[in-house]
Design a protein around this ligand. Structure first.
Ligand SMILES: Nc1nc2c(ncn2[C@@H]2O[C@H](COP(=O)(O)OP(=O)(O)OP(=O)(O)O)[C@@H](O)[C@H]2O)c(=O)[nH]1
Ligand SMILES: [Mg+2]
Length: 334
């Protein structure tokens, strides 16, 4: 699972990348290449099972995050930038909500709704270029030969063109299995599920859930495969820096996130707490259909007998006895 972190300049993309991956590096100025970080997914369920069974092997799920240089028309024309973005499974769009006079805003003012729309328009325009080019080619081919496949593709891309021209992202388009397969090859940017990550100022830290709900109400109505998560990037990034000095940031962060999960389970109203940005982003990914894509695995072997394999996707735990090779979902109580 690859998630591309994109957004306008200085919105907090690298801060989010650091929070999620624990990777600290200064961005190379002028570079159009995305930086890759792999995160071991913290999973309280796996930790609890490991304590009980003391298995010889625990493999935590991993997810890949790509920290992209800021998005722009020019960047989207750059083959290396575009190529890395096309292969991502999902997009996390970091939007600046925090006010800070010392951090310049490309457009001169903080306006999250404008920025969300502007970035979406860039993705849509980039897809439109691909669609138009392919349609041109298909027009020529159709003159030379007739074929059902050509017609299907032509009709589908013509519909895509109409949507894109009407400023509609393709991610909400409900497609048949065949159409989905055909379009997947184009790796359209506006078709990828998107999580909007609102980067709030420190003063808003206690009201992340409230702000998130406000944006959800305005942005999500009737739309599919798009979600909203609010974070407080600066605070969390500073925490990650501290743990880096101790050279134990990944473990410490995983523990903090796991504690947050237990707190979430103990208290259903936990949406109001600051339960860790990692968890907030992960939950957000689940809302756009990209949660639990990676499995942690725990293998329990007793004596000489072949044992049990446990899988967890961070939400549900499955157990498989190697004798039956059937996975069953297990009820989970903290
Ligand atoms: N006050 C405040 N500043 C923040 C916050 N998040 C990021 N910043 C600051 O904004 C600046 C840019 O943060 P980055 O995380 O590097 O942003 P970016 O989007 O990766 O920036 P580019 O890659 O240069 O486009 C840094 O000076 C951060 O300290 C925040 O939540 N509050
Ligand atoms: Mg950056």
């Amino acid at each position: 699972m690859k998630t591309a972190i994109v957004g306008l300049p200085m919105t907090g993309k690298t801060s989010l990348f650091t929070i999620l991956t624990g990777v600290h590096q200064t961005t190379h100025m002028g570079s159009t290449e995305a930086r890759i970080g792999v995160t071991k997914v913290p999973d309280a369920r796996v930790d609890a099972l490991a304590k009980i069974y003391e298995p010889p092997k625990v493999t935590y799920a991993t997810v890949e995050f790509l920290d992209f240089p800021s998005i722009s028309k020019e960047a989207l024309r750059d083959p290396s930038y575009l190529g890395s973005l096309r292969v991502a499974d999902a997009i996390a769009h970091v939007v600046r909500v925090f006010e800070d006079d010392t951090v310049p805003h490309e457009k001169g003012s903080v306006d999250p709704f404008r920025d969300i729309e502007d970035v979406d328009v860039e993705l849509i325009l980039s897809d439109l270029v691909v669609v138009e080019k392919r349609l041109e080619r298909l027009e020529k081919d159709r003159k030379k030969a007739h074929g059902a496949e050509l017609e299907v593709e032509f009709d589908l891309l013509t519909e895509a063109k109409h949507k894109l021209e009407a400023n509609e992202a393709l991610r909400g388009w409900e497609l048949t299995k065949e159409a989905d397969k055909l379009l997947r090859g184009f790796q359209f940017l506006s078709q990828k599920p998107m999580l909007i990550v609102l980067n709030l100022g420190e003063a808003d830290a206690p009201r992340l859930a409230e702000v998130e709900a406000g944006y959800e109400a305005k942005l999500l109505s009737g739309k599919a495969r798009i979600g909203v998560t609010a974070i407080c990037g600066k605070i969390e990034a500073e925490l990650a820096e501290l743990s880096a000095e101790e050279r134990a940031e990944t473990a410490a962060y995983a523990e903090a996130a796991a504690d947050a999960i237990s707190a979430d389970q103990a208290d259903d109203q936990s949406d109001d707490d600051d339960s860790g940005d990692y968890r907030r982003v992960e939950d957000g990914m689940a809302t756009i259909g990209c949660g639990g894509c990676a499995f942690s695995e725990l293998i329990v072997v007793k004596g000489n007998r072949r044992g049990t394999v446990w899988h967890s996707d961070g939400y549900t735990v499955h157990r498989c006895f190697t004798s039956s090779l059937q996975f069953e979902t297990c009820p989970w109580k903290p």
